[in-house]
Design a protein around this ligand. Structure first.
Ligand SMILES: [Zn+2]
Length: 150
């Protein structure tokens, strides 16, 4: 055992001591290096320090475990993904819908068509010559006003 005062390993056990205040069993040692008799808390042999059930369940609710709701949505919530990507569309730049969907990494078989027709996305979409395009709402509005898009 190491002496807590000087850190020396030159110690001998000097009997166990029961601390009545804390209920702890302490090992008294005699340090040959500094001559002191420190008492060190020890765990009794019959009560090994095993993690209790409470400690192991705590691990599950630590915020560092798992992913956040935002991270979950970024993976699985197609409407969330499209909303975010649509907000990043540039003025004057038109993206054909299949390309836009690909950019969003939304699986095209995952019912995305039901999502893109949502009124929230109306301002980002316009159709010309049978193709749907996505763009900044100002660009879509301008082209619709000019009759180039519907
Ligand atoms: Zn010492």
């Amino acid at each position: 055992m190491k002496c807590p005062y000087c850190g020396s390993d030159q110690t001998v056990k000097n009997g166990k001591y029961h601390d009545k205040k804390t209920g702890e069993i302490k090992q008294e040692i005699h340090c040959k290096a500094c001559g002191r008799y420190p008492r060190i808390s020890i765990v009794p042999q019959d009560k090994p320090a095993t993690p209790s059930k409470n400690q192991s369940t705590k691990k599950f609710i630590q915020p560092s475990a798992g992913i956040s709701e935002i991270e979950f949505r970024e993976k699985h919530d197609n409407r969330y993904i499209l909303t975010k990507k649509a907000a990043a569309l540039l003025r004057g730049q038109l993206v054909p819908e299949p390309q836009f969907i690909e950019m969003c990494h939304v699986r095209q078989n995952a019912g995305y068509k039901g999502i893109v027709v949502h009124p929230d996305f109306e301002k980002y979409r316009g159709r010309a010559g049978g193709t749907w395009y996505w763009s900044h709402p100002e660009t879509i509005k301008k082209l619709k006003n000019e009759g180039l898009m519907t």
